[in-house]
Design a protein around this ligand. Structure first.
Ligand SMILES: [Zn+2]
Length: 144
């Protein structure tokens, strides 16, 4: 398949790249097809079993969605601290469940909940500082 593959003429030893030897005209030896180890692509046929998720841990029983994970995720938008607490608790619960061989759902929610609640908390702290600074400014301007 590769036309530009270099080969050495078995008759005269000339290095060639074409299909025939440039020196003696001998035909290029048949390019031995590279032994491509082509394992038959085992397509994961959609069986009715649970989706392929964990390969490291076999024998996992599918678990339910962790309710705390959703609570933490929802809280993370409004009350960062509570969102963080609930998400961390849920994360711990899911880890414990998995240690017991139950594939509890909601890991994505806990990860998102933790990230969002941290962002929320930073945002809320900035907001509180701004509010305090404004209040102090108002008080100072009244004293003046
Ligand atoms: Zn030759």
């Amino acid at each position: 398949m590769d036309e530009n593959k270099e080969w050495f003429c078995p008759n005269c030893g000339t290095k060639n790249t074409g299909n025939f030897c440039v020196s003696c005209g001998a035909k290029a030896p048949e390019q031995v097809a590279q032994p491509q180890a082509e394992p038959e692509v085992q397509q994961a046929t959609q069986t009715s079993s649970q989706p392929v998720q964990q390969t490291a841990e076999p024998q996992m029983k599918p678990g339910k969605m962790n309710a705390m994970a959703i609570v933490g995720f929802v809280f993370s938008f409004f009350i960062g601290l509570l969102g963080l607490i609930f998400s961390c608790v849920a994360s711990g619960q899911i880890k414990r469940a998995r240690a017991q061989g139950i594939d509890e759902k909601g890991k994505g929610f806990t990860t998102a909940g933790i990230i969002i609640s941290i962002i929320s908390m930073i945002w809320q702290i900035i907001w509180i500082i701004t509010a305090i600074a404004a209040a102090i400014g108002a008080v100072i301007s009244q004293i003046d």
